[in-house]
Design a protein around this ligand. Structure first.
Ligand SMILES: CC(C)(COP(=O)(O)OP(=O)(O)OC[C@H]1O[C@@H](n2cnc3c(N)ncnc32)[C@H](O)[C@@H]1OP(=O)(O)O)[C@@H](O)C(=O)NCCC(=O)NCCS
Length: 176
């Protein structure tokens, strides 16, 4: 079911500084208060920045912003517009980032997520991420941050494949 849905959903492709305004508009609804257009632009101006955008026809329905440094990829922001959620877009964006990390021979992918954000936690756990730590009362409203990490390091390729395969058998396909 999931893989059928993935194949039917439009396209996910790398983005650029030119997408700053569109992702800021999208984030204003999906991640209120967290990002301004200026902060997106500042990120996207760095050569270490990586952006993937999901498009349904002419409409941008989601994005994932990350940064690679010191053999690690940090996912800074992920969002899908409310009306397109549960359509596989978040999955496709995460997989684009993981493919990049794998191809670039990075050791680890990590991010912070609100402890009350079950949707994002489910999505990341499905791809083998585990909780590596907690930052108590990290957010302004007092919510904790969970540190999620996916270890891509030794031994390869078995380091990633069994982790993901054990979480979701269908995920085997996108790495092969
Ligand atoms: C988190 C988010 C990006 C998921 O995007 P999406 O396109 O809906 O994700 P998918 O359709 O690919 O769902 C993948 C899996 O995530 C989990 N999931 C997604 N939404 C969920 C929800 N509301 N409740 C529980 N699990 C959910 C499920 O395991 C789902 O698999 P399934 O549909 O086979 O059950 C989206 O909900 C969003 O933009 N939320 C607001 C911003 C946000 O929280 N960003 C993450 C910050 S770390």
């Amino acid at each position: 079911m999931r893989d059928d849905r993935d194949r039917q959903s439009g396209s996910v492709r790398p983005g650029s500084l030119a997408d700053a305004e569109a992702i800021a508009t999208l984030a204003a609804e999906a991640l209120p208060g967290a990002w301004s257009q200026a902060s997106f632009r500042a990120h996207l101006e760095r050569s270490s920045s990586r952006l993937w955008c999901a498009h349904r026809g002419p409409e941008m329905v989601g994005f994932l912003l990350a940064e690679s440094a010191a053999a690690q990829l940090e996912i800074h922001a992920l969002a899908v517009v409310p009306e397109a959620r549960r359509g596989g877009w978040g999955t496709q964006l995460v997989r684009a980032a993981l493919r990049f990390a794998w191809d670039a021979d990075l050791d680890r992918v990590h991010l912070e997520v609100r402890a009350d954000n079950e949707a994002a936690q489910e999505l990341y756990h499905d791809h083998g991420f585990v909780v590596a730590g907690v930052r108590p009362r990290y957010y302004r409203d007092g919510n904790d941050a969970l540190l999620l990490t996916l270890d891509l390091a030794d031994p390869r390729p078995s380091g990633l494949r069994p982790t993901i395969a054990s979480k979701k058998a269908s995920a085997k396909e996108w790495l092969s």
